[in-house]
Ligand binder design. Structure first.
Ligand SMILES: CC(C)(COP(=O)(O)OP(=O)(O)OC[C@H]1O[C@@H](n2cnc3c(N)ncnc32)[C@H](O)[C@@H]1OP(=O)(O)O)[C@@H](O)C(=O)NCCC(=O)NCCS
Length: 163
């Protein structure tokens, strides 16, 4: 079954917020995610522009990524949340979502992008995609455009965007 990718709208948030198990990182409550996307909740040092993308299979959401422009740690952008349902991990979905967010950052001239690795389990994923240590809790892409040019991701150059 094909996986489709598109920009997430406010109306998508309830379904996306339900994907995450309670003990997992990578997201927040429906209310917090809605307020983030609507520009009513501002993570520290966040600027107004923000975006969220989602992946669906057979019209069911299977993952999402969200980010915003920021001034935190001298960065231009921050990856706020990324989540992929367990059955879809270890494949291309997370990498394609990261790429869609990276494209948006590049379009906004936001090249230095940081991410809070929180519980640490996703550290390997980010580092494999070029992020480097910033401090105990944060990683940074000094230039997120490198995500767009990485080798070995031939299938990622043209994700199937719908909507
Ligand atoms: C982070 C995530 C999007 C990566 O997608 P993926 O398809 O699993 O990506 P990859 O297969 O390339 O990478 C797997 C890495 O994620 C880690 N991972 C696996 N399950 C995880 C989980 N429940 N939570 C966090 N990380 C997990 C694996 O340990 C692996 O790290 P390693 O390579 O150092 O062993 C996905 O694992 C996920 O949604 N995790 C839960 C939400 C989360 O932790 N988001 C990040 C918050 S900082």
């Amino acid at each position: 079954m094909a996986v489709l990718y598109r920009r997430a709208e406010l109306a998508d948030v309830p379904a996306l917020a339900r994907l995450r198990q309670v003990d997992e990182g990578g997201g927040a409550s429906e209310e917090r995610m809605s307020r983030f996307l609507a520009g009513e909740h501002h993570p520290q040092h966040a600027l107004a522009p923000r975006g969220m993308w989602m992946a669906t299979e057979a019209e069911s959401p299977i993952g999402y990524v969200a980010g915003h422009l920021t001034q935190r740690f001298g960065c231009d952008g921050e990856l706020q949340w990324i989540y992929v349902v367990p059955a879809q991990r270890g494949g291309l979905v997370a990498a394609v979502l990261l790429r869609l967010l990276a494209e948006w950052f590049v379009r906004h001239d936001a090249l230095r992008v940081c991410v809070d690795v929180g519980g640490d389990r996703a550290r390997g994923f980010y580092q494999r995609h070029g992020a480097q240590e910033l401090n105990a809790h944060w990683l940074v892409w000094p230039d997120i455009s490198t995500v767009l040019g990485r080798r070995g991701d031939g299938g990622l150059s043209a994700p199937r965007l719908s909507g």
